[in-house]
Design a protein around this ligand. Structure first.
Ligand code: ME8
Length: 522
């Protein structure tokens, strides 16, 4: 189809906005890499993508960290938000917008959504008392908490709670129980993966209480309209970023056409906020709901020999510096089924990237391209009639696009990579069994066809690899002399196949093999 004559389908996706009360760790980078991969995929597949990330800068935790460091909360936010921004750069993130919740436009959006919820009768003033966790920014029932051996009372995830009493505005969450259950029923894709959806359904079925949505005990937040003794509960403020970024409340803003978001990509610890509170706020304010919330799992460092100084294992900058950006991106996206917990270790990263990138795709490209350079005059080889085996491997690459499209629509990132690298493994077997080095003497025309077929499969695979390993995929496409404007997914098709006789640059290795460095920090 002709993309230019048709309005392209819009696709809006978001990362969570990160708490800049500390430095980014590998869990944050994991989310960003996955979200970026999904965004790049849809872009290459012809969609008009809007991709947002940012920092979540209010709340008691920020205030307390700032106090401890002798900074204002804004100064702390400025410093650490900049580090998150450079983490996004270091991971190759292609976000269109980086939003900060301390921006003026965000205050306007928060006050607008609050006013809409209040006008709808869903906000009332009352008193609140309960066990409050600063780390979770949430109240817990006494029954949910436990006093440990150290005498400290903690919530289920282990952070300390303290008894807190304050005047607070409440959101009538209880009134939304049935509508939320109807939503999960009628739109089962609203929460993924299925385990997370089941947890949310049983949480909502067990009964929803009204939610305290303002604080008077500190000032570092968005003031409640008409009552600036109160600042908004940080999650009301945080979730609203997703519509601020799309121009809310200005319906005339160009970006508003991107709402509702296609997917909020989050970690599994914040599903309740995104799949219960957020749709309830939006229903109350009369704003369309996002189409999907997808939660990935947690990463654990099984870190045999990962690091001499423990600090390094969780530092995404050090990891990328050491292993290479595409190696880190590939490892996490291929190794960890997206949606499940995963672990990483030095051995696992080295094994996976050496096997699939250096020995797999890299070796296939290097062997075929250097044979072409030596035996075909450095131009795309002459393609004669294709044999059954040639056709089969060429078709497999086109089928991998169909598979990737299907699974990426449901955030099955690892499944897309499995399909694409399945083609690489089969192309390797094809190359070995065709023995082009032997054909050089016996049947040079057939040799050229085999080399053409292999190079053409590499072209298709490189196109498909772009969302996952953008830098290396671009290098492979350069080596095949594929023009920059011929690299989106429509070009996977045979109509855009390599043209015999076109000059190719001198081949060079794209994926260096990892060699152990006994004295390295990682
Ligand atoms: O939660 N493995 O921010 P945050 C995988 N500001 N993911 C991890 C992880 C790990 N080890 N540790 C954390 C917040 N994450 C809020 C979001 S959105 C409107 C507001 C993930 O900086 C975590 O699950 O604490 C979350 O999705 C994200 O990092 C940001 O965490």
């Amino acid at each position: 189809h002709d993309g230019s004559s048709m309005a392209r389908e819009k696709y809006y996706l978001t990362t969570p906005i990160f708490y800049p009360n500390g430095k980014p760790h590998i869990g944050h980078a994991y989310n960003v890499i996955a979200s970026d991969t999904l965004a790049r995929f849809q872009r290459l597949d012809g969609k008009d993508v809007f991709f947002v990330s940012g920092t979540d800068e209010h709340g008691l935790k920020m205030q307390q960290t700032a106090d401890a460091e002798g900074l204002t909360p804004k100064a702390l936010a400025d410093r650490n938000s900049a580090i998150f921004r450079s983490m996004l750069e270091a991971t190759g993130c292609s976000n269109d917008v980086f939003i900060r919740t301390t921006e003026e436009r965000h205050y306007k959006a928060c006050q607008a959504i609050w006013t809409r919820m209040a006008e709808n009768g869903d906000i009332y003033l009352d008193r609140y008392s309960g066990w409050y966790s600063v780390r979770q920014e949430a109240y817990f029932d006494e029954a949910e908490t436990k006093v440990g051996d150290d005498g400290v009372r903690r919530e289920p995830l282990g952070s300390p709670v303290e008894w807190t009493e304050e005047e607070s505005y409440f959101f009538r969450l209880s009134a939304y129980q049935d509508r939320l259950l109807a939503l999960y029923e009628s739109s089962p894709e609203f929460v993924g993966p299925a385990e997370r959806r089941n947890e949310i359904v049983s949480f909502v079925k067990s009964g929803l209480k009204d939610l305290s949505i303002s604080r008077t005990t500190f000032k570092w937040g968005v003031p409640v309209p008409g009552d600036d003794k109160h600042v908004m509960y940080v999650w009301v403020d945080a979730l609203t970023n997703y519509i601020t970024a799309a121009g809310y409340p200005d319906a005339a803003d160009d970006r508003w056409s991107f709402w509702p978001a296609n997917v909020h990509v989050i970690g599994k610890d914040i599903v309740r906020f995104h799949a219960v509170y957020w749709p309830a706020f939006l229903l109350s304010a009369g704003i369309e709901l996002p189409k999907r919330v997808f939660a990935h799992g947690f990463l654990f460092n099984r870190g045999e020999k990962m690091s001499k100084s423990v600090g390094n294992v969780v530092d995404p900058f050090a990891m990328i510096e050491h292993y290479g950006l595409d190696q880190v991106r590939y490892f996490f996206m291929r190794e960890v089924p997206f949606g499940q917990d995963g672990s990483y270790s030095h051995e696992a990263i080295v094994n996976r990237t050496n096997a699939d990138l250096a020995n797999g795709l890299g070796n296939l490209a290097q062997r075929s391209l250097s044979m072409i350079a030596k035996n075909c005059g450095g131009v795309v080889p002459k393609r004669s009639d294709l044999a059954e085996a040639d056709r089969a491997i060429l078709d497999q690459a086109v089928e991998a696009l169909a598979t990737a499209r299907k699974v990426m629509a449901e955030q099955g990132i690892h499944l897309a990579l499995a399909a694409i690298f399945g083609v690489v493994a089969d192309a390797d077997r094809y190359f070995a069994s065709q023995e082009p080095w032997a054909l050089r003497k016996t049947d040079p025309a057939r040799m050229e066809t085999v080399l053409w077929t292999t190079a053409e499969v590499v072209r298709r695979v490189a196109l498909l690899c772009q969302p996952f390993i953008p830098g290396s995929a671009a290098k492979l496409l350069d080596l095949l002399a594929v023009p920059e404007d011929s690299r989106d997914f429509t070009h996977v098709h045979a109509d855009y196949a390599l043209v015999s006789g076109v000059a190719l640059p001198a081949p060079e290795g794209v994926f260096p093999r990892y060699v152990e460095q006994p004295d390295a920090d990682i």
